[in-house]
Design a binder for this molecule. Structure first.
Ligand code: SAH
Ligand code: SF4
Ligand code: F3S
Length: 480
């Protein structure tokens, strides 16, 4: 039997295209087609999210849609009628986790053929990964891309009621959706998208292909969302974009991010954060706004990637070591007590020992509060995938170790300054390891574990720090 498939497959060539046109904004009411209504009634879904905050936020939309269809969330995947993986493609190890999970789900699918296994997110946007899944993982019933979330009701209907394998992945620049339902996972902290996609095309990175064009939401839509969150009792908002500093450029706004940040800071939210800042378009206006508002948290994630000019150029990062350091100094001076974290890639193609040492020099200069460090992972379709690389994996691993030791030393040094001090903590919940211990974050984004009486999740409390470790602080609740 030769069944003809009607698949919409991703294309890396299409995903690379960028137009100058403004992205469409979808505002019409989200309507579920009649035939799809109640397809989840009496059924349970299990949703697992990999990758960055953009994916976490997408998962809240996916959950919102599923609950509109009648599905109910479960924590145990053995009890689910629908298992949905929202995947990440940033590095090979992120993908391997998903392949491992899919392998483990094969047995479950064999035991209950009615189970629907769905996969969305950035892996679904990759040509190679989708081919691999179609050929080697027949247990996957539904593949949908990051631009196809809005169509989940129809896609699920086809998979559930028509028993078809469904693949819908558009490789387009994308739109701005203002109409999709959301089920937020937390009641005290919220992610708020300010811009989608990325136009930077760093040569190692898959994100511009999996997420489409850089497109900003309108300022009023963002401010309204934050005001609603404040009314609902949210204490913290984190503004999300692959490059928050590029906010508003597609809307012809001048100093878009500075303007937005000030407007959101005025909304009355207790704690305001943002992620991620690309060093390239971090303007003085933004620095002034961060310095001005006490509810903008003194914490900046400023990805370095490499400290060597030649490598930075090959990465297409658009700044030099000198420019990065100048920006760092400016921020440090303008925002006293500010904590800085960064991302670093070691072993970019043909990174020499000297080039790696330049990265170490920058780490010694900036003494980051923490750094997320990665070994370069070649991503098919990106320019760096084809770059010549004669550095062995052994050498790369050794460099990662050296870097990680340095990072941990500086992290501890920073945390030590909190010993004996009383800090403000936004309570996230009870620690996973010990039920007597609560955890939460300081304004500088330091993880604090503390003991004392019972406190409410989402409350702001004072904690006296007794001891510091590299990546967390321990303390005791202070009664006020
Ligand atoms: N938009 C953010 C980064 C998102 S990806 C920014 O520009 O800062 C998060 C981090 O993953 C990147 O900062 C980079 O350090 C790392 N990363 C991205 N692609 C990678 C690759 N191919 N191999 C290794 N690390 C990578
Ligand atoms: Fe990737 Fe660079 Fe865009 Fe960040 S700025 S998402 S690293 S291409
Ligand atoms: Fe991963 Fe996609 Fe985010 S590749 S890091 S989930 S944008």
């Amino acid at each position: 039997m030769n069944k003809k498939h009607n698949y919409d497959l991703p294309s890396i060539n299409l995903a690379r295209k960028r137009s100058l046109e403004r992205s469409p904004i979808e505002r019409e009411l989200f309507v579920i087609p009649d035939e799809c209504k109640n397809i989840g009634k009496g059924k349970k879904y299990f949703l697992r999210t990999y990758g960055c905050q953009a994916n976490q936020r997408d998962s809240e939309t996916i959950a919102g849609i599923l609950e509109h269809l009648g599905y109910e969330a479960v924590d145990d995947l053995n009890k689910a009628d629908l298992i949905l993986l929202n995947t990440c493609a940033i590095r090979k190890n992120a993908e391997d986790k998903v392949y491992g999970e899919l392998g483990a789900l094969k047995k479950l699918k064999r035991e209950s053929p009615e189970l629907i296994i769905a996969m969305g997110g950035c892996m679904a946007q990759e040509e190679g990964a989708v081919q691999e899944i179609l050929h080697k993982y027949p247990q996957v019933d539904l593949l949908f891309g990051t631009h196809n979330i809005y169509n989940l009701p129809k896609l699920l209907f086809d998979a559930v009621k028509k028993h078809e394998k469904v693949v819908e992945v558009f490789s387009r620049q994308g739109e701005v959706y203002e109409n999709l339902p959301t089920r937020r996972f937390l009641k005290h902290k919220a992610w708020v998208n300010i811009a989608y996609g990325c136009d930077k095309f760093c040569t190692y990175c898959i994100v511009p292909y999996t997420r489409g064009k850089e497109r900003s939401r309108l300022l009023d839509d963002i401010v309204d969302e934050v005001k609603t969150l404040v009314k609902e009792g949210y204490k913290e908002v984190c503004l999300l974009g692959q490059n928050v500093n590029a906010y508003g450029r597609d809307l012809n706004m001048e100093h878009g991010f500075a303007t937005l940040l000030a407007a959101v800071a005025e909304s009355g939210i207790k704690r305001l954060r943002f992620m991620t800042s690309h060093p390239w378009n971090f303007d003085d206006e933004t620095i002034a706004v961060i310095a001005k508002y006490p509810n903008i948290m003194p914490y900046i994630h400023l990805p370095l990637q490499s400290g060597n000019d030649e490598i930075l150029k090959k990465m297409n990062r658009r700044y030099s070591q000198k420019e990065y350091l100048e920006l760092f100094d400016k921020l440090k001076k303008a925002i006293p007590g500010c904590a800085f974290t960064t991302d670093i890639i070691v072993g970019f193609p043909n990174e020499s020992k000297e080039a790696f040492n330049d990265t170490l020099k920058v780490v010694d200069y900036c003494k980051f509060d923490n750094a997320f460090t990665f070994i370069f992972s070649p991503r098919e379709g990106t320019p760096a995938y084809n770059m010549e690389d004669t550095i062995s994996m052994e050498e790369k691993e050794e460099r990662l170790q050296i870097l990680n030791h340095k990072v941990a030393d500086y992290a501890l040094m920073h945390n030590k300054r909190f010993e004996g001090q009383t800090v403000e903590v936004l309570v996230d919940g009870i620690s996973k390891r010990n039920k007597e211990v609560y955890s939460g974050y300081t304004p500088e984004n330091k993880l604090v574990n503390f003991t004392g009486r019972q406190v409410e999740i989402g409350s702001l409390v004072k904690v006296k720090i007794n001891s510091a470790m590299s990546f967390s602080l321990n303390g005791e609740l202070v009664e006020e």
